[in-house]
Design a binder for this molecule. Structure first.
Ligand code: DQA
Length: 144
């Protein structure tokens, strides 16, 4: 089984950006935890991070026919990007949305998720563990 983990803008700044909201664990920590999950769950995990909306769309399109599941934290593009929503709908790959913070308890503009409309599940407010939960969900449902 192959899972693509996609992170949007500023997720590469984890550990530096607003630690009171996103915690002190770094992006590198997230990447190594994904590697650990891949080994322990015997699945192939590819990660991709970009600050650019079109690059995220390109990556989702390139996943067509190549991955069994997508875990995506579109970050700020969650709340603005119909292009990312349409790309996820186009490839129709099982997808789980992750937010590190509890977006429900934050500003009004974070209450809409376009990408979430194409995802079968959303995990929010679980910190970096949300990625592990999303991967395990996809493995349980779609893994061989
Ligand atoms: C986020 C929440 C978004 O509202 C924000 O723009 C982010 C990160 C999260 O993981 O909690 O950049 O997606």
């Amino acid at each position: 089984m192959k899972i693509l983990v996609i992170n949007g803008p500023n997720i590469n700044m984890l550990g530096i950006r607003e630690p009171g909201i996103y915690g002190t664990e770094t992006f590198q920590t997230l990447l190594s935890s994904l590697q650990d999950i891949a080994v322990s769950q015997n699945i192939d995990i590819e990660q991709y991070q970009s600050n650019h909306e079109g690059d995220l769309v390109d990556k989702i399109q390139a996943a067509y026919g190549n991955v069994d599941g997508i875990v995506i934290n579109p970050a700020a593009y969650t709340h603005t990007s119909i292009a990312i929503l349409d790309a996820l709908k186009a490839v129709a790959i099982p997808c789980v949305e992750v937010h590190i913070s509890d977006v429900d308890s934050r500003e009004d503009f974070r209450q809409i998720s376009y990408a979430g409309l194409a995802c079968e599940k959303t995990i929010k407010g679980q910190g970096l563990d949300g990625y592990r939960q999303a991967i395990l969900y996809l493995k349980e449902k779609y893994g061989a």
